[in-house]
Design a protein around this ligand. Structure first.
Ligand SMILES: *Cc1c(COP(=O)(O)O)cnc(C)c1O
Length: 238
């Protein structure tokens, strides 16, 4: 059991999953939104396959991973569960893009044309186009991945020509350690940018933001994919 030491009991994961779903329900109803239009993405990075299986057995289907090798291993091990939707949400080196093209349904962290081009070439004709979100550096942080807010519309326009990827929306990881009012400003910026792009581009319907700490706020600002790790699977070991 040593390799499972970072895992919680399956009952615990089940309860936590239900709690997070309830938080989303409540936040949605306060915001006059339909919670059925909000997807909970269970972020299983660093957690064992058995934790994913537990969430799956409790009806969960969307899983998010950050590290290419770990992610591909998990996708292969769970390949009999054909209705899992795999989302890659971490930074991607261009020389690893073929793994994402081959094994994933969604890629949330697109911020380079070079990667878009490679994914487009590597996605095979017998797969559906890869769903992608453009990552936005909403708080203009120095060492943060993502496209600057002012450049997002041009970036989205420039990847429309790639037919094997489908640009579905925007993703952001706002600045850590800020208070609610600062977080609201970041989410409000994303909400405006998202709505502009949704009017301009076809099939643009996804706003990926909100994590364990701030999911209620994200729901207020129209997020429709919420990415939660810690509050479902427990703290991650460093
Ligand atoms: C790890 C991670 C999450 C989940 O964060 P928690 O705080 O554990 O809920 C969400 N999004 C991204 C991009 C992550 O890397």
């Amino acid at each position: 059991m040593a390799d499972q030491s970072d895992s919680m009991s399956s009952n615990c994961i089940k309860d936590r999953l239900r709690q997070v779903e309830a938080r989303i329900q409540k936040a949605a109803s306060l915001a006059n939104r339909d919670a059925n239009h909000i997807t909970l993405l269970a972020v299983s990075k660093t957690k064992p396959v058995s934790d994913i299986v537990t969430a799956y057995s409790n009806g969960h289907r969307h899983f998010g991973e950050n590290y290419v090798q770990e992610a591909v291993d998990k996708v292969k091990i769970l390949s009999d569960k054909k209705d899992i939707l795999w989302h890659f949400i971490g930074p991607l080196q261009s020389n690893k893009s073929k793994f994402i093209a081959e094994y994933f349904d969604w890629f949330h962290s697109l911020d380079r044309i070079k990667i878009a081009k490679r994914l487009n070439e590597q996605r095979t004709p017998y797969q559906n186009p890869l769903n992608v979100c453009v990552q936005v550096n909403v708080d203009d942080e120095n060492n943060k991945a993502g496209i600057a807010v002012e450049e997002v519309e041009d970036f989205v326009a420039s990847i429309q020509k790639y037919e094997r990827i489908c640009c579905r929306g925007l993703m952001t990881i706002p600045k850590a350690g800020v208070d609610d009012s600062e977080r609201r400003q970041s989410f409000a910026t994303m909400q405006v940018l998202f709505s502009k792009c949704a009017q301009k581009f076809e099939r643009f319907d996804t706003l990926s933001m909100g994590m364990s700490q701030d999911l209620e706020l994200a729901v207020e600002y129209d997020a429709n994919i919420i990415r939660v790790g810690t509050d479902i699977f427990g703290a991650r070991k460093k």
